[in-house]
Design a binder for this molecule. Structure first.
Ligand SMILES: [Zn+2]
Length: 140
């Protein structure tokens, strides 16, 4: 049996490729419907508010608030062994959508509901960069 030394990586689809390409450039894009004004994440080919096709891409502020979280202390695969303990959180972006992501840049025990966070990016391979979050600095 071979050890899993690579992290689980996303496989961009025709709909999500724009999002993943932007992550590699350290830009967090979310979709914004020109018909009803709803923001949404994850990427879809239609607006979940009004079913309009192909909502536009817009750069998010990158700021949000932790709503809930858990601390992962046992790695799910060998590739994550050096990362534990790490925090997986639900983060409500200032624009409204909720993302599941990691919160790092602080001690895992410092993460709380209501913690203000801002996006950072982590390269998990040459092809894939993922958004992660860290405690937010002073308000811009
Ligand atoms: Zn809409």
């Amino acid at each position: 049996m071979t050890a899993n030394t690579e992290k689980f990586l996303p496989h961009p689809t025709p709909v999500s490729r724009v999002y993943w390409d932007a992550c590699r450039k350290h830009q967090l894009l979310i979709q914004h419907c020109g018909n009803c004004g709803q923001y949404q994440f994850y990427p879809r080919s239609f607006c979940t508010g009004c079913m309009a096709r192909e909502p536009a891409w817009e750069q998010a502020s990158g700021f949000g608030t932790v709503t809930t979280w858990t601390v992962v202390r046992r790695p799910v695969a060998e590739a994550y062994a050096a990362d534990v303990p790490y925090v997986i959180a639900l983060i409500k972006l200032d624009e409204g959508p909720v993302m599941m992501s990691q919160v790092n840049g602080c001690d895992a025990d410092e993460v709380r509901s209501g913690l203000r966070v801002e996006v950072a990016f982590a390269a998990w391979s040459e092809q894939v960069t993922v958004p992660v979050f860290k405690p937010a600095g002073p308000a811009p």
